[in-house]
Design a protein around this ligand. Structure first.
Ligand SMILES: [Zn+2]
Length: 385
């Protein structure tokens, strides 16, 4: 017994010395340094690369790494443009983290390229960015948008070591953010659809720096957060989509009952701020990103139900005669509101003028009547005289 105790003490002592040695002479992560992850590590959380219906960016819960790819078409990124992207990313990611807390989720987004320079990549474009190529699917511009997307898929495959990123950051969820130092008409996200070509497993947001409208306004953090949410299964709530079962009736319902939802995009009522996100993740978007198991809308709009959590499925055919319906954009709404206000003001002024004319006329008539009766009185008086 005593012998055992002595031996145990000896073992405890040598373990303590060994631990002290480790602490003194190795970095804090030395214990994890031998952990290498491969695609064939069956049963491990990081083993389902190219197999998850959720695509490369899986669930907005726990850890996700965002890899930033700065697209350069020759004129280079200025320090201030890059700082703008970093600022917007921070506000957008803080917003997603805070919204997660409201739903009891622990959102940890690893994106800061200042802290993690190995998450920053640069892609040189062969030809200058063609401007409004991000939204159209037709014509030459549509073709060049498709080509750009294809080029980025290839670039990721050749230049980014996914297994290294998974291993280093201990994640199984990776999103790609392609930043374009240019103006465009739309920020666009390409999510993975189960049963679609596996080459599209990498989920990418294409985020342009500014809008190519007359004002050339910079994209706000809300747009960054909106696009990032698509990586995790969020649906747009401003236009119909037969593939995801988003119908015109459902859009109207979402617009009327959840007017603050960030996925209403430009149709959301309210202001799009430079320094904060004022939209919200409502229960509808929370369902699509897997934060809520179910929502009451599922019984009224069964087509919106998701087959797999936080995922898209390439099963419903895009119909030629689908019920295309888009909510009016915030700018159009504001314009029509302004026009409506102007019309109301003009109407009030017209009514005012009419009222004043009537009052003046009434007073004139009254005055004339009084003058006439006074005259008649005088006449009568003079006649009597
Ligand atoms: Zn969207």
């Amino acid at each position: 017994m005593l012998h055992n105790m002595v031996t145990n003490n000896k073992h405890t002592h040598s373990r303590a010395v060994l631990l002290l040695f480790c602490v003194l002479f190795f970095c804090s992560s030395c214990g994890q340094s031998e952990r290498t992850l491969t695609k064939s590590d069956a049963g491990k959380s990081y083993s389902d690369w190219e197999q998850s219906p959720a695509g490369s960016a899986k669930y907005l819960d726990g850890d996700t790494v965002f890899i930033s790819i700065f697209l350069d078409d020759g004129d280079g990124w200025t320090a201030s443009d890059k700082a703008l992207v970093k600022k917007n990313m921070q506000i957008a990611c803080d917003f997603l983290k805070d919204e997660g807390k409201r739903y009891g989720k622990e959102v940890n987004l690893i994106y800061d390229i200042s802290k993690h320079p190995d998450l920053e990549y640069h892609y040189s474009m062969d030809t200058p960015f063609a401007g409004s190529t991000l939204s159209t699917h037709e014509g030459d511009l549509g073709k060049s948008a498709k080509q750009l997307r294809q080029n980025i898929y290839e670039y990721i495959k050749r230049n980014i070591n996914i297994e290294y990123v998974m291993s280093k950051y201990k994640v199984n969820s990776i999103g790609f953010l392609a930043f374009i130092d240019d103006e465009a008409d739309a920020a666009t996200t390409y999510s993975y659809y189960l049963n679609a070509d596996i080459s599209r497993y990498y989920e990418i947001c294409f985020i342009n720096l500014r809008w190519n409208n007359a004002g050339s306004d910079a994209l706000k953090p809300e747009t960054y957060a909106h696009e990032i949410l698509h990586l995790f299964g969020a649906r747009d709530l401003y236009y119909t989509d037969t593939m995801t079962g988003i119908t015109r009736e459902f859009i109207d319902h979402a617009y009327n009952t959840h007017p603050e939802d960030i996925m209403l995009g430009n149709s959301r009522k309210g202001v799009n701020y430079k320094n904060k996100v004022s939209g919200k993740i409502t229960d509808i978007t929370a369902y699509f990103i897997g934060w809520k198991e179910t929502i009451p809308e599922l019984s009224t709009f069964p087509t919106i139900s998701t087959a797999y959590k936080a995922s898209f499925v390439y099963s419903r055919k895009r119909l030629d005669n689908h019920d295309e319906y888009t909510l009016p954009e915030r700018t159009i709404q504001e314009e029509s509101y302004r026009k409506g206000m102007l019309f109301r003001v003009i109407r009030i002024i017209c009514y005012g003028i009419l009222l004043i004319t009537f009052i003046i006329d009434f007073r004139k008539r009254k005055h004339l009547k009084q003058s006439l009766s006074a005259y008649e009185e005088t006449e009568r008086y003079e006649g009597n005289d």
